[in-house]
Design a protein around this ligand. Sequence first.
Ligand code: FES
Length: 126
Amino acid sequence: MPIADLLTYETTTIQHVKVWFKAAPVTRFPKNGGACIKYKDKQIAVFNFTRLGTWYACQNLCPHKMEMVLSRGMIGEEFSEPKVACPLHKNTFSLKTGENLNGSLSAIATYPVKVEDGMVYIGFSE
Ligand code: FES
């Protein structure tokens, strides 16, 4: 498979979910922090935003230097927008829209998350 395919992530909206992938039990995710899960050839950063009582998922790949690091980023809020800051050079991305909030990098892909019976599921369109 070409590298470019491995690096391609597409935002999935809840309307387009075909597969709810069972990622891991809730207890595997740090409070107010993230962890990385694998789905097919993709690495997905999943965040347990305890303070807001919400979960978010996005590509683990930071589009700045193409590093698989976003799950290790700090999460927070900017003007009520939940965001993650890349641990390497602090570029920030909205966890809702994927938009780069402090620059002009490409947006990251985001994915729906649901929690059922203590398990975390991520929605994918394929
Ligand atoms: S690699 Fe993420 S900000 Fe540079």
